[in-house]
Design a protein around this ligand. Sequence first.
Ligand SMILES: [Zn+2]
Length: 282
Amino acid sequence: MTWFKREDNEIEPTPGHEVRTEGLWIKCEQCNKPLFKGELETNLQVCPNCGWHFKFSARQRIENLLEPGYELVDLELKSTDPLEFTDLKPYKARLAAAQKKTGLNDAIINAVGKIGEQDVVLSVMEYGFIGGSMGAVVGETIARAVDRALAAKVPLIIVSASGGARMMEGIASLMQLAKVSAGLAKLDDAGIPYISLMTDPTTGGVTASFAMLGDLNIAEPGALIGFAGPRVIEQTIRQKLPEGFQRSEFLLEHGFLDAIVPRKELKGYLLETLRWMTEARG
Ligand SMILES: [Zn+2]
C-alpha cells in the first residue's frame, strides 16, 4: 500500500506562451556580433554593424532587383542523372533533398522584367541548391536566358553564386562552360549588354566561363571569387598567398573586376549602367 497517491497532473504549457529564443539570432561571420534575424532580413542580409554580406537567396535577389510584375521562367527543367552517380549518397537523393529544401528544380532561376524603365533578362544562381553547382540544367537555363536576351534584344544580367561545375554530372557539367560561353559570344556580336554580378562564392567552372565574360564584371563586397581553392594554388606554386587573396577587393585592385557594389546600391548602379550602355548602343 502506498501512503500517497499522486495523480498524473503534469502542468501543460499554455499554447502560445513558450519563449523561444533559439533560431531568432545569428552571429555575424565577420564581426561576431549577434544579430537579430528579422533585422538582417530587412537589411537585405547585410550586417548592420560591419557591412558583411550574408548569402542572399535567388528569390530574394530577384524580388530586390526587379520591379513588381516580373515573371519567373524556364523553371521546368530537371536533371536526369545521366551517370546514375553515387558518392556518399545517390545523386538522385541529393537532388530530391535540394528540391525539397529550395522549392526549385535546380540551382537557378530565370526572370524577365524591368529594372526601373529598363527591360532585362535576369538569371540568378541559388547557392542553397547543392552549393549552386552547375550541371546540365543550370547550363541550359542560362543558355535560355541568353536566347531570351537575344530574341528580345534586352540586356542580360547573371548573378553567380556557385562552387563550380557539378561533379555528379561529370563531363556533361563541363560542357556547359562551352555552351554558355558560345551563347554569350552571340550576344556580344549582337551588341547586347551582359552584366555579370559575382557574389559569395563564385568559383570553379562558373568563374572560368560566364562569370568573367561580362561586358561589365562586378561583385559584392567580400565575395570569394576564384578558380581553384587557395590551398591547391599554394601547393602548386609553393608560395604563401597574400592576405585577402581571392576576395572582391583583391580582384578589383588587380584588375579582374570593374567595380564592387554593395547590395543596397546594386539596383541603382545597374539602372544607371544599363542607361548608359543602351543609350550608347542606340
Ligand atoms: Zn558584422
